[in-house]
Ligand binder design. Sequence first.
Ligand code: 6R9
Length: 656
Amino acid sequence: MSESTIESILQEKRLFNPPAEFSQNAQIKSLEEYQQLYDRALADPEKFWAELADQELHWFQKWDKVLDWQPPSASWFVGGKINLSYNCLDRHLTTARKDKAALIWEGEPGDTRTLTYAELHQEVCQFANVLKKLGVQKGDRIGIYMPMIPEAAIAMLACTRIGAAHTVVFGGFSAESLRDRLVDGQARVVITADGGWRKDAIVPLKVQVDKALADGSAPSVESVVVVRRAGKDVDMQPGRDYWWHEINQGVSADCPAEPMDSEDLLFVLYTSGSTGKPKGVVHTTGGYNLYTHMTTKWIFDLQENDVYWCTADVGWITGHSYVVYGPLSNGATTLMYEGAPRASNPGCFWDVIEKHGVTILYTAPTAIRAFIKMGEELPNARNLSSLRLLGTVGEPINPEAWMWYHRVIGGERCPIVDTWWQTETGGIMITALPGAIPTKPGSATLPFPGIFADIVDLEGNSVPANEGGYLAVKYPWPGMMRTLYGDRDRFRRTYWEHIPPKDGQYTYFAGDGARKDEDGYFWVMGRVDDVINVAGHRLGTMEVESALVSHPAVAEAAVVGKPDELKGEEIVAFVTLEGSYNASEELSKELKQHVVKEIGAIARPGEIRFTDALPKTRSGKIMRRLLRNVASGQELTGDTSTLEDRGVLDKLREGA
Ligand code: 6R9
């Protein structure tokens, strides 16, 4: 990373005010109300969070100190005793929510299951006792490698109930990735399934677990619990492997929640960094509970009758915070869907919304762009009128996709919350509050109350409005990561020393480039390693991509830099086309010209490469690092284990 400025050239002027009817009933009703909350938090952050912790959560014992900040170590609600599973379940049982649906589940083949709060509580307690029966104790780590089925949430809540820390590993990861994570976390138990449905095929999870554990390569693992989901034959190793439905037999459903120290380890979740080795992000109990609770409540504007659907897999932080813990802590109805849009049912998302009367939909830009490509006939053929609020997360959303989401899915009546955050931040950091903050397509808008975010240079100085810089946070918040599992040093280096601490002031470095506009709105450009420097101008890859996608021929675009003798780097754009267009020299010229028209000559791609698909991580993020290798004709470097489909990449390289 060099010090030169990051230039942002995306010009988006459209402004959408929260609809009056929405604001009237919203949790936060106006920009003034947001501003008051923000100012209150600014004046005394500890008081702000303490009041909310007191009002919104159940504590077995109150804290002695709100925040102990020994940079870069933060402790929140020191001395407090709390249990996340209790806050998600038990406390709702004495209210009318007892018989309310906590979890609505829809399997890919169309099977469904609904669990009320009372039923979910019962299942969680029983499975918590199963874990105890297997010898699991407070402080142990448990691997969860599951499809999107209710047992995944039950297993997570059972762990937190007894104070065991879970490490959920996304079901699409390979046996090797699973093993690395189990070994790093020294997991005692792995919870899995015989298989899960994904795109009309069965993912053989148990087979992967067997490979991960083969030849004693993950010796900490003593037991494996297997849910029967797919009806697949699997090898069961006596003394190690147990069927969930068998080991549950006769186990009591009485299991009081363990009062945990606010700073006790809650979970470890691995995320990829700029190097090959994944980072085990550590979250702890009290602060995470409060932060996911408040962000879910205010950002998704929860009302008692909402049916809330976050499409993320529980293997990602979005699944942890906004499928399971945030919604349940609020007593909401959360929907969990096992499937993904697929050739046999490309309209499945819209079916789920119609069938269950979903009111809030939270998904990713990459999904939205895929829907655009499939055509609006699919959503138009369903009744989506139950929807009242939309959200996006995971990457910058290009304004064209935003507008499509707004028009086709939201029927021009639903506010959109574009939520910027990371595995490391625990919960959403920059976002609109839907009844309060006017939105601009492509901007995540303003920081959540209590989050002191800024755009800085590498000395930590704020940069002027509309100048690019690094997205940073200047004060601790309850949901922040506490460390990297077993690697405090890397934690310090990665997040707290890019911007050198000054006068005891530590600044959290998010690794994203961004700018603030004249209204203080944040425009996230993407990872700083995704920034291209063309002839001394730094361009966000997303901005060039947005320009390309705004051309009717383009379905999806990924832009990378290729070393260039004269300009430092040249832009190479990988482009997938809408159905009715064909790749041609003509079209290539037209697209280059289109980018020039949208942004300016500095952004003209040197090369357009047409492709059928882009290489993506299993969570849907385009792997630009690998495209950079392809673009410059180099060998692939670094880790490719997170790639969804290796074939896409091989094809691109053959075409090189
Ligand atoms: C929640 C999640 C974090 C990175 C982050 C940024 C990108 C996420 C975004 C966004 C622009 C948004 N990102 N949300 N960029 N606008 N609304 O995705 O966590 O998987 O850790 O990824 O994703 O680059 O730094 P994680």
